[in-house]
Design a binder for this molecule. Structure first.
Ligand SMILES: [Zn+2]
Length: 205
């Protein structure tokens, strides 16, 4: 799963150094998980951060610091964390789905995130138009399944999109399977038209 649309270098650097808001970081992780190119880039940013650590001045330590560390080696080894090899989408914990129109559901993702942000999965069946909307803040999106097209291009499984408040768009699902996307959104979306406003208000995303 490696697409055509990747996070910018700035976003990857922020992700690698752990300064992205966690909800937005999760959406970047969904892309990086399936993109070898971005994984390499993240690894190189992490290596740079590691080098920076080596340049920090030495800290004063107690005379027994080394012996204390060595004594811990005799203790029980920490349990190894089992690697979760399921596809990224299956590793997400979703709250119950809310159907907002025939063929369209949203589900909030159970994950740490800022109170003012929303992290959710949206699934739209083919042939269903989504509400044209504007953004009141930044939005990250990674396509988990299917594809959509909007004014910015074609986005397929694995592709990443970052939009901000000056984008006004109406994505249209492509192909014959539902398009499932993971979103992190800052503030509230501003859907246009009564149906859009009702759907977003009901879904509370
Ligand atoms: Zn990538």
């Amino acid at each position: 799963m490696s697409g055509q649309h990747h996070p910018s270098a700035d976003i990857l650097a922020a992700y690698a150094s752990g300064v992205l808001e966690p909800g937005f970081g999760l959406v970047v992780a969904a892309h990086v998980d399936g993109c070898a190119q971005c994984r390499r880039q993240v690894a190189s940013y992490e290596a740079i951060s590691g080098d920076a650590l080596c340049e920090i001045d030495d800290a004063a330590m107690g005379d027994d610091a080394l012996s204390r560390v060595m004594s811990r080696l005799d203790g029980a080894a920490p349990e190894k964390l089992a690697m979760d090899r399921r596809p990224f989408a299956e590793r997400l914990t979703l709250k119950p789905r809310k159907w907002v129109a025939p063929g369209v559901w949203v589900a909030a993702v159970e994950t740490p995130h800022a109170r003012t942000n929303r992290v959710y999965v949206l699934s739209v069946a083919p042939g269903m138009p989504t509400a044209r909307h504007e953004h009141s803040g930044a939005e990250f999106c990674t396509v988990l399944k299917g594809a959509y097209r909007d004014e910015l291009g074609l986005f397929r499984a694995g592709d990443f999109a970052a939009t901000d408040h000056d984008v006004n768009h109406q994505p249209v699902v492509q192909g014959d399977e539902a398009c499932v996307c993971l979103f992190a959104t800052e503030g509230r979306l501003q859907p246009q038209g009564l149906l859009g406003r009702l759907a977003f208000a009901y879904a509370d995303v």
